[in-house]
Design a protein around this ligand. Sequence first.
Ligand code: PGA
Length: 264
Amino acid sequence: MANLELLREARFGEIGVKIYEDRSDASVSVARRIANLIKQRQSESKMAVLGLATGATPVKVYEELIRLHQEEGLSFRNVISFNLDEYFPMQPDSKHSYVEFMKHNLFAHIDILPENIHIPDGTLKEEDVEKYCEEYENKIEEVGGIDFQLLGIGRTGHIGFNEPGSSADSLTRMVVLNDVTRTDAAGGFGGKENVPTKAITMGVGSVFKAKAIVLMAWGESKAEIVKHALEGEVSSNVPATFLQHAKGVEFVLDKEAAALLAAS
Ligand code: PGA
């Protein structure tokens, strides 16, 4: 197995931070951690419950998980997954949907059972969303809670689609997307006007119930928000700062995303 270039480990309060030479090594390290969890659960004949994220950040983690499945026989038949969020409204077969993203980037290439995959439903009638969100929370609890939650971070400091103003105990719900978030998504949608204005997202409180949380961030454009998340005052203006009060949180960064941290 290739050695991964871990440049530095640090602690910011309760949060452990691992800084890698590049995002590829960082992603492989996170994929190995997920694989180890899955295998450990297999040895106990138990399910592993994963909280999964979309966006550019986790793509290489998923690539490595696919490689581990195809080349090293890692099975996902004991995995239950819950995705963080989905645009609203959104048809699952749209190229913009997170259903399509997950299929393309992970699920179509591994042996996870379709009935074990959960992604918020962007096709609901608005009046049915609240009940659906409650059921999403209940399903997570019924399977024993999330063992490992993967997170990216938006430039607004959102986790999932918990935009500024989200509270620390927020649960799965419909939210209105922030302007910065819609601007960042505009490229993929061929213009900001095509980006949905709403989404269904797991809440900050839902994420915090996970037994382990890994937030990943790559590149210079994330350096400022990473610094704020780790060193800034805890506030709903930057929901990622709430992670300073959560248990079992690790940040996995490349050196560019870590460049502004105090001890770097
Ligand atoms: P990205 O998005 O992975 O595409 O950078 C992260 C996020 O907005 O949470």
